[in-house]
Design a protein around this ligand. Structure first.
Ligand code: CUK
Ligand code: CUA
Ligand code: CA
Length: 656
């Protein structure tokens, strides 16, 4: 990053200013390198040398640390890092990571930070055949735009507790929202959100259950966006959308003033609240930074539903989604002025407060949900009075997490720190009491965006772990060319002071993640596919209509120029050793894995034909293509499934 464009960003090798409470860790030790007491001194010193570009020193230390790690792996837990999970043992938490620009979701285990699985969502993926199989294409839709830009993964809740049904995530790049099933960890629905552009903030309704999935349209556009009002920004607008998480239909939309960034829901199921950084309605950076205050916009769900029920809405263009007017002055919304270009917004797990993070202001604004009740009930007039404290926390506050013990942890992008502060003390200080609400500032490496605490967005916030999702890694890892990995750092927050435990390099850019205790998921996750699973039910039904039982039949059916090839897979053989088609045929190959054994996955690849997909135990998968090249084309199994895996193959014979 150049100094011209980011003059506010402190050189990360320079220690930050002294902090008000707790010990200042300075350049945090690389806990991963410190595997036993004997090397602590050496590794610590060389760790600092690495930060100061001592490349050779760093190489030496990495070597000795690796040796020491191997030596201690089998030893007792004493002296091992807190994130150490011995071989064969399971992690305590699932980390559900946004895959950012990759368009996928990633599953991690915590505290080890081991990556467990990638779940393609908006992106083509040739491991699973996402974007190749007919089953995935039905979900991706006919216009499958390659890729997505994922920011905010959130799991369904019931009464403020995770319920392990679905995870939802936004695609800012193509204005979509996807749903991922938690039982098989596969995307099963994607909805295009009409009338808006760029879905950014996404959260789920917490009570009584999800319910609605709330999604912010970020950028303002003409309405309808069909070529009119091209350069007349005064006529641009955006909307807040509520998607029915059960049907994946857009239930309603609310026109707002300004734009919308992140969003959050309360714990009572009554409100959603979004930050707006562009109350100015500007189209340039300078214009968007003019006002000293922007807004938190609160949406009154009951009133919006009432308006829709009464028919007090319009529709736009070809969309049938009811659109209500929630602009400034509407009884459906509340505009709370807060400083300045706010970004993240996070509800505290006690259900009482929601905190908006100031970004260009060194403050966070604490808003009390009960005061929002009072304002909508007409008990006071000035929406500012819902702000019960506005503590100064540091430079560039972006997102806040909670430990369930009354403390909040806010990322400071510009300061490259996490600041721990106490909510009750901040409110007391706002009321004039002499009390220091700041608890500690911890350096992170570097420039954090979101952070997330274990169970911290639910009533079950347990205050054990915090991850800081840092946008820059600079000198922390072996070089990978001009594109660096992000650095997701693990922090122990179980004690009075935060302790940095591990660095986690990740492929760009997991804006956000949630940490879900495994007790909410273990009994919900399937080990083999149900043969009647809806994911491939349409494929199985098509076969049935042709008189084919996919679990036992191996046959080729010709219908004019269309050829349907059905085969089973059971290690180490496909049900057909060859099949014959004619050049120009439209060929659909359907493969069913009849191995009932956990973890025996097969793949099906037709060489030089662009067909490759995975079939896990119990699954049926299919792909359709045109046999446009005559000749012999071997198909083979791509997942190592058996000692005779290499022999698991057959021939597609394409007649000229
Ligand atoms: S985020 Cu989407 S710009 Cu701070 Cu929730 Cu990174
Ligand atoms: Cu089946 Cu390899
Ligand atoms: Ca602004």
């Amino acid at each position: 990053m150049s100094d011209e464009t980011n003059h506010n960003v402190r050189d990360p090798t320079t220690p930050p200013a002294a902090t008000p409470a707790g010990e200042q860790p300075g350049n945090p030790a690389r806990r991963k390198f410190i595997r036993e007491a004997a090397v602590v001194g050496v590794a610590g010193a060389a760790g600092l040398a690495l930060a100061a570009c001592g490349k050779q020193e760093a190489g030496k230390v990495a070597g000795s640390a690796a040796t020491s790690a191997a030596a201690t792996t089998a030893s007792a837990a004493k002296g091992l890092p807190e994130d150490y999970v011995p071989p064969g043992q399971l992690d305590e938490y699932f980390g559900i990571w946004s895959g950012g620009q990759s368009g996928e979701i990633r599953l991690l285990g915590l505290p080890s930070m081991r990556e467990l699985m990638r779940v393609p969502v908006f992106n083509p993926d040739f491991t699973i055949g996402w974007g190749v199989t007919n089953e995935s294409k039905r979900i991706l839709g006919p216009n499958f735009p390659p890729g997505g830009d994922c920011h905010h993964p959130h799991m369904t809740q019931t009464d403020g507790h995770y319920d392990g049904r679905y995870v939802f995530i936004n695609d800012k790049a193509h204005t979509r929202v996807a749903r991922i099933r938690c039982d098989v960890w596969r995307c099963d629905r994607i909805v295009d959100v009409p009338n808006v552009q760029a879905i950014h903030g996404l959260r789920v309704q917490r009570a009584p259950r999800t319910g609605y999935v709330f999604a912010n349209g970020e950028d303002q556009v003409p309405s309808p966006n069909d070529g009119r009002d091209l350069d007349d920004p005064k006529k641009y607008q955006t909307m807040f959308s509520a998607i029915d998480g059960d049907t994946m239909n857009v239930a309603w939309q609310v026109i707002v003033d300004g734009n919308l960034d992140n969003t959050e829901a309360d714990y009572a199921g009554k409100y959603a609240a979004s930050t707006c950084y562009n109350s100015e309605g500007g189209v340039t950076l300078a214009e968007m930074m003019q006002a000293e205050r922007d807004w938190v916009v609160v949406f009154n769900i009951a009133r919006i539903e009432e308006a829709v029920k009464k028919g007090d809405f319009k529709t736009i263009g070809s969309s049938k989604v009811p659109v209500v007017d929630g602009r400034h002055g509407s009884p459906l919304t509340m505009y709370i002025p807060i400083p300045k270009n706010p970004h993240g917004i996070n509800a505290s797990p006690d259900g009482k407060y929601v905190v908006a993070n100031g970004k260009l202001s060194p403050t966070v604004s604490i808003i009390e949900w009960a005061k929002i009740d009072d304002w909508f009930d007409g008990k006071f007039k000035d929406p500012r009075d819902a702000v019960v404290a506005e503590p100064e926390v540091g430079l560039g506050p972006l997102h806040t997490a909670y430990d369930g013990r009354g403390n909040a942890y806010t990322t400071l992008f510009i300061d490259s720190q996490i600041v721990k502060w106490n909510i009750a003390d901040a409110i007391a200080a706002h009321g004039g009491k002499k009390v220091n609400y700041l608890r500690q500032k911890l350096d992170v490496a570097y420039q954090p965006g979101h952070n997330h605490s274990s169970m911290g967005e639910t009533r079950d916030a347990d205050g054990k772990w915090l991850v800081s999702l840092n946008k820059f890694s600079k000198d922390r890892f072996l070089p990978t060319g001009p594109l660096h990995p992000d650095n997701d750092q693990l922090i122990d927050i179980s004690g009075d002071t935060m302790k940095l435990v591990a660095d986690g390099p990740v492929y760009a850019e997991p804006h956000d993640a949630v940490l879900v205790h495994k007790r909410f998921l273990m009994d919900k996750i399937k080990k083999v596919w149900d043969v009647n699973d809806p994911f491939f039910a349409e494929t199985v039904a098509l076969a049935k209509s042709q008189g084919v039982n996919v679990r036992s039949d191996n046959k080729v059916i010709r219908q004019g120029k269309k050829v349907f090839v059905y085969m089973t897979s059971a290690a180490p053989v496909f049900g057909l050793t060859d099949f014959k088609v004619k050049k120009g045929d439209e060929v659909t190959v359907t493969v069913t894995n009849i191995d009932p054994i956990e973890d025996v996955t097969h793949g099906f690849c037709i060489t030089n034909y662009g067909i490759n997909f995975e079939i896990s135990p119990g699954a049926t998968a299919s792909a359709t293509f045109t046999a446009d090249k005559p000749g012999v084309y071997w198909y083979y199994c791509t997942f190592f499934c058996h000692a005779l895996h290499m022999e698991m193959k057959g021939r597609m014979l394409v007649e000229a």
